[in-house]
Each structure stands twice: as structure tokens, then as C-alpha cells.
Design a protein. Structure first.
Length: 199
């Protein structure tokens, strides 16, 4: 199967590619890297990506920006970064991709741990993660042509601890290989409308 992986060069994206590349053709997409470039914050860029790549069996998104700051320092613009980029960027991958994914194919989005296990300065990420969970539950019952949609919600990856571990006191890091398996469950399995938690 031909699979688009958006955010393929990030920690989660690398885990996805490591798990799926042995049995699928992976098209790596990044804002400035990969086989094809696309900007999640720009719907026209997403549409151009689909036109360039053509029909695929699945789309995986492991991308999306959010703002981290103390709640008292948050302004609407900081919340909107996560809602515009991480949430609407991934939703637009689905909406723009409905006619580019083959019958019975799937979309797998990425949220994260912070809407169920919060940290200081993480309200923006928690808000985005919760919105993505709501989207897949609501969208799954209306997907055409047997298409499926899920979201993977991983904890802090072991490969991310060096950079972000100090922000996540007491969190137990998850192995990248286990995170990759969660995406395989969504792509190769039959579930839809699910938040797949990895912790």
C-alpha cells in the first residue's frame, strides 16, 4: 500500500516509518524535508501535495505545532496556533484527502498525552489534543466509501526525553517501537473513530 506520512522526520514520524516501511511504500512529507513538501497550516499546500502524489491507501499525520507557556501568559493567538496548525491542519488533511484515499483506506492523526495527563504550560497542547479526539469520533460515522479515521495519542517518547523530559516530571516514557505499533493498528487494522492511547 502507498502511504503518506506527514511529519516523517520527527520522533513520532520516524517511529511510524520504521514500523510501516517494511511492508508498505512510504511517501515522506515535511514542511521543508522529505519526498514531498507541504505546510499543514496552508490548505492549498495540502491540496497541492495530494495532486502531486495521487491516489494512496492511507494518510498518517505526525505533525502539528502548539504553543507552550504558563496559562497566565496565554493569549488567544497562542491558543489559535495549536487550533489552526495541529487541529485544523490535520483535519484539512482528512477533508482535502477524501477523494485521494482509495476505498477502504484510512487517515491516522496524532494528538498526545496532555489532555489526559497534563503538565504545566501545556494547556494549548491539551486543548488541541482533545479537539482531535472529538473530531475522529464525530467524523468516523460519516466517512464515505468505507474510509476510516483514528487518532494516536502517545505519551512522551523515549527518543524525545533528552529534549523534552524536564517538562514531563513523573511521566514514564514510551518506546518508539510501541508507538509505531499503534499506527500499524490504525493503518493495517479495521478500527475507526478511536483514540489509540500509547502509555
Amino acid at each position: 500500500m502507498k502511504i503518506i506520512v506527514v511529519g516523517a522526520e520527527g520522533d513520532v514520524g520516524r517511529a511510524v516509518c520504521a514500523e510501516l516501511s517494511g511492508r508498505h511504500e512510504i511517501i515522506r512529507v515535511g514542511r521543508t524535508s522529505g519526498d514531498v513538501q507541504a505546510d499543514l497550516a496552508d490548505r492549498s499546500s495540502i491540496e497541492a501535495m495530494y495532486r502531486r502524489i495521487g491516489k494512496v491507501g492511507a494518510v498518517v499525520s505526525a505533525a502539528g505545532s502548539v504553543h507552550f507557556a504558563a496559562l497566565t501568559e496565554f493569549m488567544e493567538a497562542q491558543f489559535m496556533l495549536g487550533l489552526t496548525n495541529k487541529v485544523m491542519g490535520q483535519i484539512n488533511l482528512v477533508l482535502a484527502g477524501l477523494n485521494h484515499v482509495e476505498d477502504g483506506g484510512s487517515f491516522t492523526l496524532t494528538s498526545g498525552v496532555l489532555d489526559r495527563d497534563p503538565i504545566r504550560m501545556g494547556a494549548g497542547a491539551a486543548t488541541a489534543n482533545g479537539a482531535l479526539g472529538g473530531f475522529v469520533v464525530g467524523a468516523a460515522i460519516e466517512m464515505p466509501r468505507g474510509l476510516r479515521v483514528n487518532v494516536v495519542s502517545p505519551g512522551l517518547l523515549e527518543t524525545s526525553v533528552e529534549r523534552y523530559g524536564s517538562w514531563f516530571p513523573g511521566h514514564v516514557p514510551v518506546p518508539a517501537a510501541r508507538v509505531g505499533l499503534a499506527y500499524a493498528k490504525s493503518v493495517d487494522g479495521a478500527i475507526t473513530g478511536k483514540v489509540i492511547i500509547v502509555e
